[in-house]
Write a protein that binds this ligand. Sequence first.
Ligand code: GDP
Length: 140
Amino acid sequence: MATERTFSIIKPDATRRNITGAVTAMLEKAGLRVVASRRIRMTREQAEGFYAVHRERPFFSDLVSFMTSGPVVVQVLEGEDAVALNRKVMGATNPKDAEEGTIRRAFAESIEANSVHGSDSLDNARIEIDFFFSADEIVG
Ligand code: GDP
């Protein structure tokens, strides 16, 4: 295992319910370290660019509307095997399928409003981190 960095978003359903601390605590408890964090309101352009891979999916327009509906917290997480570890602690996309002890099982409202985003590969982690952060904003 190697030390990796991955990208996380605490989504608008979680900021609305004021549970960014509770979500972050679960990330930290799992062994991930927050090495960059910023609360932002995503523009439509940013959300469309970030989710460009989903452009053809039927839920794309709803997803962009949801992600711009309120503030989000964008984060860089660091740790051993961080990409896979973060996916594990997030849980399945649909909270109905998410395992006990995962963030989505604990907090997600629906398959769309599922509280967190996490990179699905090391390559995508690099792309997504670069999308929101410059090197000098990440302090490990
Ligand atoms: P993730 O990697 O687990 O976040 O899942 P995906 O990459 O497949 O989907 C990206 C995001 O799109 C999810 O986290 C949800 O917020 C949303 N999403 C996925 N599937 C659906 C769906 O069937 N309907 C709606 N409305 N949103 C979805």
